[in-house]
Design a protein around this ligand. Sequence first.
Ligand SMILES: [Zn+2]
Length: 396
Amino acid sequence: MQNQIVVYLTILLNLSIGNQLSGQTEQRAPCGQDFFMQSMAISKHQFQLDLNYFSALQRSQIIIPVVFHIVWNTNEENISDELIINQLATLNRDFNAQNQDVDQVPDEFQSLISGTGITFCLASETPSGQPTNGIVRTHTNIEHIGVKDNLFFSSMGGSDAWNPDQYLNIWVANTGPFLSGFGTYPGQTTPKKTGVVIHPTFFGMNGHPRYGLGRTLVHEVGHYFGLYHVWSNDPLCEEDDGVEDTPKQMHQHTGCPTHPQTSCTESDMFMNFMDYVDDPCMVMFTAGQKEKIWTNIYQFRSGLLSNTTGSYCINTKQKDDLSYVISPNPVTNDLTISFPFQEDGIFDIQIYDILGRLHKDQKTLGNGQIVISLQHLEPGLYVIIIGKKSKTFVKL
Ligand SMILES: [Zn+2]
């Protein structure tokens, strides 16, 4: 595998040089996915939609516990907790069609816009059950470790994956000058290397004018869930991405194109997160992509569904000392808050959704137990804050 990584990099170097010689404008560094696909000889049809799985779904959303491995060589690569939190918020916003710029989708595609129902949370427990903030920091002496197998092994200067059946592992590490990152398709690689790798330059809201909105990771996590690029490189326009509602598209787009662009017979959906346009110009997933993501999770990553350790969905970094119990969880109508010790008085209570929007703000008189009606809330994941303490719950 080490040799394969070197081969990919060589290909990328050649491509980059070729682009410079032919005078093409600067474009997004490749995410590496096509090279992996070619070398692994994986068929797109391996992941065709299975309607039986989809029709069996009972959930309104899926919560994905995430661990970030920050494997840094230079100080700049040791990114801040704040940047990690805002990247997580970007994932949640974009995967749920809550991004304000989704309104730039052309009229002909607007009916196809879909949230995916995926919520990403920082893991709150390690695989051995220890409390964690979901962020692992490792200093390494290895340059460009992001394109080396060392990345995935603590004994070799990297950071061991947490059980990939239970967590989405995201390594933030220098992948060199020609690769922004990559996400592994279901079944593509060994468990220890399953997840997403991203260059710190492309991570989070980092101020870069073209790739500074945290959408490189949105794209790579799309690959992790089994999505392909929306283009096919097929000059006959016969191949596609295996998603029914994305148009056939012959080639990638870069920069910020003007609609319409037509490479096959229909307008290209270059504003999809799975194209190569600049961050401000990729703004949507489709309903078909949501179906494919859910199907792939159920077929290939179902262990993620049984891990309940993801708990930080908004800007909560420290594990609170929680002294009260909420039940039931999930909840349908009334949420009961019980205190282990008699704790009377007036309590400030706020309830936020995963995007940080306030849904309830009240003072309640309690005498050891408080009951809150939640009938007005839409189904979803929420955070309840009582005083300075917080917990999450799911509304069914
Ligand atoms: Zn890609």
